[in-house]
Design a protein around this ligand. Structure first.
Ligand code: SF4
Length: 375
């Protein structure tokens, strides 16, 4: 058995094995009820990194009673992004024109309490060989699909041989240009990134990784080594972060995380406003919190370390990027903008005010398209 398999097999999956939990029988009983609704998994590597009950890593993986309170809130649902409504075949989401998300398993190295797919993760019999076969067949039959994101669950929990087979099948589809792997493994079970896994992955370029990091303390020496191994075989590495109350909802923590990622050749890609998922409300923040963090990042650290801040629109509208407002006034003659220090600047466009032959440049204070990308 390899080290990562041992760490996974030694996961805490029951309330009785959780450290730092109050001894009261009544509390533990209620917590067990939470675990029956939403599985628990903390692999032994990740557990070793947790220093105590206030640790930001602890808050991401240890169940709390609030998860059941959320059931009474009407605006929280089990599938807030309506993924099930965009599945032409089971466990494949086709929402955007040229790309799909293919779930290749529904197990993870840890079970995150805030997960958008809380309804699926850790339950048996959801992703099967047959759903996977149908998903790959769907991609093969749709030439407009040029990009697939392998997700789940975590694709890297699939054994090497099976992963090799799946990647090989996908790569054999002529119109599929890009394969992406969405994974939390490098940051939570770094021993999984083995030489053998790397020798498989590097056969399937262009292959991209969308990883998931929420706190700078996740970047341990083991994790840094795993990222280096992946970067060294030419995989472009990106990271997504979920904005979480009590974990990373302050600018200093986010800045440290983004800078540490970049130092490890991982490009910060998204900060997500937490989805409106049943059982996760206690970990959500206001949207303003995210905008404030973006304001504190932009200009205060290199642009490469500034991700997009997005809301995945409830009901399946897709990702919408948000920015703190930097446009004070926008007329046909000029645009008045403010920079990261709060200083005001005027950009003249007087000579171009009739530059609207195609009708697309109707300058109004509402038209702020030019300012929608971070510096
Ligand atoms: S690793 Fe990703 S898919 Fe798995 S529980 Fe965490 S957020 Fe959900």
């Amino acid at each position: 058995m390899e080290l990562w398999q041992k760490q996974l097999s030694q996961s805490v999956v029951k309330v009785k094995d959780l450290p730092f939990i109050p001894e009261s029988d009544e509390y533990r009983k209620k917590l067990e009820e939470v675990g029956e609704n939403y599985p628990i998994r903390i692999n032994s590597y990740f557990l070793e990194q947790i220093k105590g009950p206030n640790d930001p890593l602890w808050k991401q993986v240890v169940p709390t009673l609030e998860e059941l309170d959320d059931f009474v809130q009407e605006d929280l649902i089990s599938d807030p992004l309506n993924e099930e409504g965009d599945m032409p075949v089971p466990e494949l989401v086709h929402r955007y024109p040229d790309r799909v998300l293919l779930m290749i398993n529904n197990q993870c190295p840890i079970v995150c309490r805030f997960c958008t797919r809380k309804r699926k993760i850790g339950f048996p019999g959801i992703v099967t060989r047959e759903t996977l076969r149908q998903g790959i067949e769907y991609i093969r039959n749709h030439p407009e699909i040029r990009d697939v994101i392998m997700s789940g669950g975590d694709p890297l929990l699939v054994p090497d041989k099976e992963l090799d087979r799946i990647l090989g099948e996908l790569r054999s589809i002529p119109h599929l240009e890009i394969i992406r792997i969405g994974t939390r493994v490098p940051g939570t079970l770094p021993a999984r990134i083995t030489e053998n896994l790397c020798s498989i992955l590097k056969k399937y370029h262009p292959l991209y990784f969308n990883m998931h990091f929420n706190h700078p303390s996740e970047l341990t020496p083991e994790v840094e080594k795993a990222c280096a191994m992946l970067a060294d075989i030419g995989i472009p590495l990106g990271s997504q972060t979920v904005l979480l109350k009590g974990v990373n909802d302050d600018s200093a923590t986010m800045k440290e995380l983004m800078q540490k990622l970049l130092k490890n050749r991982v490009k910060p890609y998204y900060i997500y406003q937490a989805d409106m998922t049943e059982g996760t409300d206690h970990l959500r923040t206001s949207v303003q919190k995210g905008l404030d963090i973006m304001k504190d990042l932009m200009g205060h650290t290199s642009g490469m370390a500034v991700p997009y801040f997005v809301i995945d629109a409830p009901g399946g509208g897709g990702k919408v990027r948000l920015l703190p407002n930097s446009v004070i006034e926008h007329t046909e003659e000029e645009v008045v903008i403010t920079n990261y220090e709060g200083k005001v600047f005027r950009y003249s466009q007087r000579n171009w005010k009739n530059d609207s032959a195609n009708g697309s440049n109707k300058s109004t204070p509402q038209n702020q398209d030019m300012c929608q990308l971070p510096a």
